[in-house]
Design a protein. Structure first.
Length: 218
């Protein structure tokens, strides 16, 4: 597969969506290892898909569930029908007012702020300080130190209590270059965090932490 074929067939998107045959997957993988532009498209598309899934999951989890009070009235079935209609309308409004605009904010043409994570892979203790616009997404650039036999890395941002605020999985092939991590708008409030990198070896389930780096959000 050459670069023109990859662009025309939207190879990065189809690769991530599993629409390629095994042979096509191998052809595209061989191509993007040598093509910086396709490798970058694959990283950004992968991060967009991952972030979109998390935005939808977070929104649906946090959405208040409507409750219907049981009634002894003989008109109970009718009231349930009305309540169901109201609940359906609430979901539709929620999707159009909250969920969909959030997703549009990721795909709308815009210039994103970006910051580099400091001291990764070194013995330094320098703190990364970022000053993002909190109403817009921004990008953290991470150079993930390589480790033998690792097939999947995990980048996490933890609050002072160790709670995971952001978690993004990065395949080993993408971690060979600088990885842009898309942070959704308003995800990180002002404060002190830790940026953690873990890895999972082939045929293993558990992740091993390789490093934790201080991160200050102003």
């Amino acid at each position: 597969m050459d670069h023109e074929q990859a662009i025309q067939t939207q190879a990065a998107e189809r690769y991530l969506l599993g629409e390629f045959s095994v042979a096509e997957q191998d052809e595209f993988a061989e191509h993007f290892f040598d093509c910086e532009e396709c490798a970058r498209d694959l990283r950004l598309t992968s991060l967009f898909v991952d972030t979109s899934k998390r935005v939808i999951a977070d929104d649906l989890r946090d959405k208040p569930q409507p409750t219907v009070k049981r009634s002894s009235s003989t008109w109970q079935p009718a009231w349930y029908a009305i309540a169901a209609s109201i609940a359906l309308l609430a979901v539709i409004l929620y999707q159009n007012v909250v969920t969909i605009p959030k997703l549009r904010s990721f795909v709308a043409p815009q210039a994103l702020e970006y910051f580099s994570i400091a001291s990764m892979g070194s013995r330094g203790t320098g703190q990364t300080v970022v000053t993002p616009s909190h109403d817009k997404p921004f990008v953290l650039l991470a150079d993930i130190p390589s480790h033998e036999n690792i097939e999947l890395y995990r980048c996490e941002i933890l609050d002072p209590n160790g709670k995971t605020i952001v978690s993004i999985d990065v395949p080993e092939a993408l971690a060979r270059n600088t990885v842009p991590l898309l942070i959704p708008a308003s995800t990180l409030s002002r404060g002190t965090y830790s940026f953690s990198i873990s890895g999972r070896a082939k045929k293993e389930q558990a992740f091993t932490q390789f490093g934790k780096y201080p991160l200050q959000v102003n």
